[in-house]
Design a protein around this ligand. Structure first.
Ligand code: MN
Length: 424
């Protein structure tokens, strides 16, 4: 399928700095408001500008696309996403035409719909009904398994047969920039038999990405692995903040609970699957061959560079992890097929996170747990300080981008959050 908006040679009349996450080839979707106009509206991003789609709609620039009235004057992307991937593609292709360098007419009206991004408040873009977290990185599962059960029992017997996951908490998903308070909870101090209660001492991040659903399947009707991509609108960066001490004490036998549900941070722009199309790559070879309902030929992974920075209070940031979405063993298609194979119905706005995305080398590990190997190998930061886990005042910044050969980069914007001291 040819998507005109993806042509890497396109240029916009909006200035786009080299290395920007938001060239004309990206055109992600988000929701924003400004101090001058507090009504939330749907937007796209280009360069360092926000484009107000509600105004473009009013000015008749979407004529012929048969969009419902008021579709962009919304608090959430959900109603727009529910129109389906094809409608999303039509809007993105139209935006590409409107913002192209030769489009003088639109440029003359720019003052009506172009807003500097630093004057816009980017809101949580999706009303997330349900959130599921997978565990789909072979390297991450192997690292964590090795730490807790030893090398020989690192992977559970089910791991290579199904994309392991659990139901997470949607209500505590927050947009980039929202501070995250260190949680309090129960944990078992080393060598003790009774738990203690207090602020988590082992606060961690998990580098993940999440896909957003734009289509429902009726209860009882699975989504096949071959149709799965029709249900996926796009992706965001996802920090699955984790309190390792709380998690370790509580997780048997039903899995993660309060060690996870205190916060998850996402990036403010949903980058469409369409924009990622040129960066499609095959996933790792799967051995054993999955059961038929999970079998899927072709390239269903994406080459998305990922980094994590830690920025201590008042100091420079240090990049502590460089990974890539393509390392994931189980693809999004397989995750969705597995999620629905029992007839579970997905809804528009549901979010499925990948699980921590670790790569093969120690600098590609996607959590402090792995980077410091359970705190035994502290990280050195640029300001000279060391970290076993996160300290109060640390800001964790996740970034992700795909890169064309000509340098054009399809980025996600930051997923950042600062750790606040526990409330005691
Ligand atoms: Mn996770």
């Amino acid at each position: 399928m040819k998507i005109p908006a993806n042509d890497p040679s396109l240029r916009s009349w909006v200035p786009v700095q080299e290395g920007s996450d938001f060239p004309i080839q990206n055109l992600p979707f988000g929701v924003f408001r400004t101090a001058a106009n507090p009504e939330p509206r749907v937007a796209t991003a280009i360069g360092d500008q926000v484009v107000d789609l509600a105004v473009l709609h009013d000015l008749a620039y979407f004529d012929g696309l048969d969009l419902p009235k008021g579709i962009f004057r919304q608090r959430w992307l959900n109603p727009f996403m529910a129109l389906g991937r094809e409608k999303g593609r039509a809007v993105r292709n139209r935006l590409s035409e409107l913002l192209r360098e030769d489009n003088e007419d639109v440029r003359h009206h720019a003052a009506h719909f172009l807003i500097p991004m630093d004057r816009a408040e980017l809101l949580l873009p999706v009303n997330v009904g349900d959130y599921t977290d997978f565990y789909s990185s072979l390297e991450h599962a192997t690292n964590v398994g090795t730490m807790f059960r030893g090398k020989d029992n690192a992977l559970m017997p089910n791991w290579k047969w199904l994309p392991v996951g659990y139901h997470g908490r949607a209500s505590s998903i927050v947009v980039s920039g929202t501070p995250v308070r260190r949680p309090c909870g129960q944990y078992l101090p080393q060598g003790e038999e009774k738990p203690a209660f207090g602020p988590s001492r082992l606060l961690d991040f998990e580098l993940e990405m999440a896909f957003v659903l734009c289509r429902e399947n009726p209860l009882g009707q699975p989504v096949s692995v071959h149709e799965a991509e029709d249900y996926i609108f796009g992706l965001v960066l996802f920090n699955d903040w984790s309190a390792r001490d709380i998690q370790k004490w509580e997780y048997v036998p039903l899995g993660p609970f309060l060690g996870k549900s205190f916060a998850s941070t996402i990036s403010p722009w949903v980058v469409t699957l369409d924009a990622l199309e040129p960066f499609r790559v095959p996933g790792p070879k799967q051995d054993p061959e999955p059961l038929p309902y999970l079998r899927c030929e072709g390239a269903h992974n994406f080459d998305i560079h990922l980094t994590v920075d830690i920025q201590p209070e008042g100091a420079d940031a240090t990049t502590v992890c460089r990974s890539n979405f393509r390392y994931l063993y189980w693809s999004m298609c397989q995750q969705l097929a597995h999620h629905t194979v029992n007839g579970c119905n997905m809804r528009v706005g549901d979010m499925c996170a990948s699980g921590t995305i670790s790569g093969p080398t120690p600098d590609a590990y996607g959590s402090m747990l792995e980077l410091t190997w359970r705190g035994t190998r502290p990280l050195k930061l640029a300001d000279g300080s060391e970290r076993k886990f996160l300290l109060d005042g640390d800001t964790v910044i996740m970034r992700g981008w795909c890169q064309h050969e000509n340098g054009v980069r399809i980025g996600f914007g930051d997923a950042a959050g600062k750790v606040l001291p526990a409330r005691e």
